[in-house]
Write a protein that binds this ligand. Structure first.
Ligand code: EZ4
Ligand code: CO
Length: 402
């Protein structure tokens, strides 16, 4: 079998998605997600200009070799654009192989290690009271694990909290909007929020929180130490984590489990964090970190250090990347939890994915390949719209991490 054609589709059913479709001379096709929020066209061009011409004529079964061709074979390696493109190619090749052999992808990568996949949902409120109410609502609708983000008194808008009546989406039309941030106000509020949540919701439910890269190392240490009595499942991205060594200090202060890495894209972003056991969960998106092939290697490396997975599953990844993550979640031994932020209804007009939610868990179907379809015609009704993630400034106007 040979790769005959590959095409990139950029569509916007409610938000932008970049989809790669690889077709073989035997008429099989595979799908990959190449969405990189706010940088969609960079990945689309990278694929169209540099990858697709080199893919034509290759044997789609040689997944590892094609992966190495686009990683090691390219002098300018790594980085989110390159790795999102490689991820899309990799997913599409696993999809093709599964379809050709008539098996779901999880059966190509070790088979089922579990029957169902624990997920966490996003509860967001503008105030402490609203956030508590939202967490209750999520527990009542069946979730066993809930991430809580809240508006902070004295800050107009913050990460994770939607505007009235809209689903939460961090990217907005046009150029980046500017938001204002105060870590001081955040640190004064969040421990109170989680004390209230633990009291209100009891010991059973898993509570999670995303600090979204906003603390300095010593501020992060204070945060995880003050949250410790409330037994969170994890605190995510406590600091902007390109400085892996900062976690030595954070770790020394608390037993609150730590999750890191939704902006990472190779194993090399994790070597210190994992080998020194400075974190508990890896967040690297299967769709940004070299696809299924590299996610399996990262998970294997992490497994030797008792670090588990908590793959990214925000709505800025398409249902194709979600399916890829679910197959990995199903097969690996050191699975921890999967983020599950359901897409808007309108996304289903373009993508259909073979999984279902039941009482806190996702169940993957047994369709051959990834189990996801893409309707090209429907996609053409939703053309690309430029959208950007916000930028953040401190109260005095200094640019800070968003
Ligand atoms: O802000 O994926 O844990 N989830 C997150 C996400 C990120 C978005 C950015 O595109 O932090 O909501
Ligand atoms: Co996050």
């Amino acid at each position: 079998m040979k790769i005959k054609e590959a095409k990139v589709f950029v569509c916007s059913p409610g938000r932008n998605f970049v989809t790669l479709r690889i077709t073989t001379d035997e008429g099989l096709h595979g799908l990959g997600d190449a969405t990189l929020n706010g940088r969609e066209k960079a990945v689309a061009t990278y694929l169209e200009e540099y990858c697709i011409p080199a893919l034509i004529g290759k044997d789609p079964f040689r997944i590892e070799d094609i992966w190495q061709y686009f990683y090691r074979g390219v002098y300018w390696r790594r980085g989110s654009v390159t790795m999102a493109a490689i991820s899309a190619i990799d997913m599409a090749l696993w999809d093709i192989k599964g379809k050709a052999l008539g098996v779901p992808v999880y059966n190509l990568i070790g088979g089922k290690s579990r029957d169902r996949i624990l997920v966490y949902s996003h509860a967001n409120g503008k105030t402490l009271e609203e956030t508590v109410e939202e967490v209750h609502r999520h527990i009542a609708s069946g979730f066993a694990a809930v991430r809580a983000q809240s508006g902070i008194p004295g800050i107009a808008r913050t990460y994770g909290v939607p505007r009235d009546g809209q689903p939460y989406e961090p990217a907005h039309r046009g150029l980046p909007e500017e938001t204002v941030w105060s870590t001081e106000k955040y640190l004064n509020f969040i421990p109170r929020l989680f004390r209230t949540l633990r009291d209100a919701c009891g010991d059973e439910v898993h509570l999670l929180h995303d600090a979204h890269h906003r603390c300095t190392p010593i501020e992060a240490a204070r945060l995880v130490k003050e949250l410790e009595p409330n037994h969170l499942f994890w605190v995510e991205d406590a600091v902007p984590s390109e400085l892996q060594e900062s976690f030595r200090m954070i770790r020394a202060h608390s037993t609150t489990p730590l999750a890191v890495g939704e902006v990472f894209n190779t194993v090399y972003d994790y070597t210190t964090l994992i080998s020194e056991q400075l974190i508990d969960y890896i967040r690297m998106p299967v769709g940004h970190g070299g696809g299924i092939t590299h996610a399996l290697k990262l998970a294997a490396f992490a497994s030797f250090y008792h670090v588990r997975t908590g793959f990214h599953g925000a709505t800025d990844l398409s249902p194709v990347a979600m399916m890829a993550a679910l197959h990995v979640d199903t097969a690996i031994h050191n699975f921890g939890i999967q983020e599950y932020m359901p897409h808007q209804e309108i996304v289903r007009e373009v993508f259909t994915a073979d999984f279902r939610f039941d009482r806190g868990y996702l169940h993957v179907g047994d369709s051959p390949g990834l189990g996801v379809d893409f309707d090209e015609k429907a996609a053409s009704r939703f053309p690309y719209i430029r959208a950007s993630l916000p930028v953040n400034r401190k109260l005095d106007g200094t640019l800070t991490d968003w």
